[in-house]
Design a protein around this ligand. Structure first.
Ligand code: MN
Length: 479
């Protein structure tokens, strides 16, 4: 179980009784938080910060505990913020500033100076906020009485986001081959990815998979085929093609276990030693939380893995997709999003079918893949681009819809969605923002989740949705 440390702030000016009350109130608060968010992470109370030395000790505990994914701070009384400087200089984990009180209502009849001194988050939290701003420390603020639903919801969201950032910092993308030749948006600065998000991006030759696939035993392949038979509908007679994909998945799983890789990319232009492009193999691995990027797209592989972690335990589907083609019927415009093979089964509205069809590019044998119609509901489409001097996240609200008619000749899985506020503004905004054709679509996450991730990682964010207007489009500019 991952942990969030809870660090309250106070000082010794108001006496021992006051500090005892602070500790007791914080213990109550932490107990309540554990009831409400304990399914995501455990909240653990650390000693109240009364001095700079205590703050440093608390933050050291945060930094050496690998299970700790973030920190919640709250100033019960006034806590002079110079006491927080040295501790905050050590902190390098997601920070939530909980702007709350132990009491919901003012005791108008009984209130005296002692009560005011004990309960002064309005004062202390502002002093603390100043030092966070002055030190330019990324953080999220949750404001309101801590038992109110919207505050708990924000803390839950923070816990998910902190776990996703922890995942981000433990991400290793194995790239088999390089980026697809001539493609721009999948490229970028791998070094900056590691500095900013913790993504290690390492190259291996696809031969690593080809040789391990060849070495897979018949018993291993039989076991993998049983797994496929249980999860999917076998809708092909070309069993050998499916067994070949099983070998790829076995090889990829072994390789990832050996290297501790959490994500991988491949490239249909670089399949030396392989009979097929991995299709079913990649799809089934994505279903197990493995981040995948086609055509060497290491950024989308890592982003997919991070956002899948963020959506863990939440209802809905999250996974990689590619913008493909449109239905431009006026006023009813829709997008059909898919890929040449690798659409995550998380998006399936029906039980996926294993099918084998020719693949026009890559010059390899007919690959087995999962084919299905897409899920429906409100969702977001998220991408991350590398602009050289900074990264940009683009997040668009979309509505996933049922495909209006069957597409019996389309040999790949697909989803369909409607852009917001409408096709003209929604897709134009995406284009102005430089949005990629690879993205992560989620019906489990919202724009607020992505905004939190962007804020906590210090990433530029452009959002598109029902609140995007023609006037917003006019504000996009060239440097
Ligand atoms: Mn693609």
């Amino acid at each position: 179980m991952k942990k969030l440390y809870f660090i309250p702030g106070s000082q010794d000016l108001y006496g021992e009784e006051c500090l005892k009350q602070v500790a007791a109130d914080c213990a109550d608060m932490v107990e309540y938080l554990n009831q409400k968010i304990g399914d995501i992470a455990e909240v653990v109370l650390l000693p109240t910060v009364e001095t700079s030395a205590i703050c440093v000790e608390d933050m050291k505990k945060v930094m050496v505990d690998d299970d700790c994914v973030g920190v919640i701070t709250w100033m019960h009384t006034f806590s002079p913020a110079k006491m927080w400087i040295k501790g905050l200089q050590i902190l390098n984990k997601p920070l939530l500033h909980l702007h709350t009180q132990a009491n919901e209502k003012l005791p108008y009849d009984a209130i005296d100076m002692d009560f005011m001194n004990l309960n002064q988050a309005a004062h202390g939290d502002r002093e603390y906020s100043f030092i966070l701003a002055k030190m330019n420390i990324p953080h999220e603020v949750a404001a309101g009485f801590y038992k109110h639903d919207h505050v708990i919801e924000k803390i839950r969201q923070f816990a998910h986001c902190a776990k996703a950032i922890d995942q981000s910092r433990h991400t290793l993308v194995a790239t088999f081959g390089n980026n697809m030749r001539d493609v721009a948006v999948t490229d970028g600065n791998r070094l900056e990815c590691e500095i900013k998000y913790g993504w290690e991006v390492k190259y291996w030759g696809i031969g690593e998979i080809a040789t391990r696939a060849e070495a897979a035993t018949e018993a291993e392949v039989d076991a993998k085929m049983a797994e496929y038979a249980e999860k999917y509908v076998m809708a092909t007679d070309n069993i050998e093609s499916v067994r070949e994909q099983a070998r790829y998945e076995i090889a990829l799983e072994k390789f990832m276990a050996e290297t501790k890789a959490t994500c991988f990319t491949d490239n249909f232009q670089d399949l030396f030693g392989m009979k097929q492009l991995p299709g079913l193999a990649s799809q089934n691995l994505m279903d197990k939380g493995v981040g995948f990027g086609p055509e060497g797209d290491y950024k989308i592989a890592a982003l997919g893995s991070v956002l899948m972690k963020m959506s863990e335990g939440r209802e809905g589907a999250t996974g990689f997709i590619e913008d493909y083609t449109y239905d431009l019927t006026q006023g009813q415009e829709l997008e059909l999003a898919s890929h040449m093979l690798e659409v995550p089964p998380a998006f399936a509205a029906n039980k996926p079918q294993i099918e084998v069809h020719p693949l026009g590019i890559g010059g390899k044998a007919d690959p087995a893949r999962l084919v299905f119609d897409g899920t429906t509901g409100d969702g977001i489409q998220v991408t991350l681009i590398d602009l050289g001097d900074h990264f940009r996240i683009i997040c668009a609200d979309i509505e996933l819809v049922e495909q209006p008619k069957p597409m019996p000749n389309l040999p790949v899985a697909r989803i369909m969605y409607r852009h917001k506020p409408n096709f003209a503004i929604g897709t134009a905004a995406w284009c102005y923002a430089g949005g990629a054709h690879h993205s992560v679509v989620s019906t489990a996450l919202t724009r607020a989740d992505i905004a939190m991730f962007a804020r906590l990682t210090g990433t530029e964010l452009i959002t598109i949705g029902d609140d995007t207007t023609e006037a917003d489009l006019q504000k996009f500019f060239m440097k």
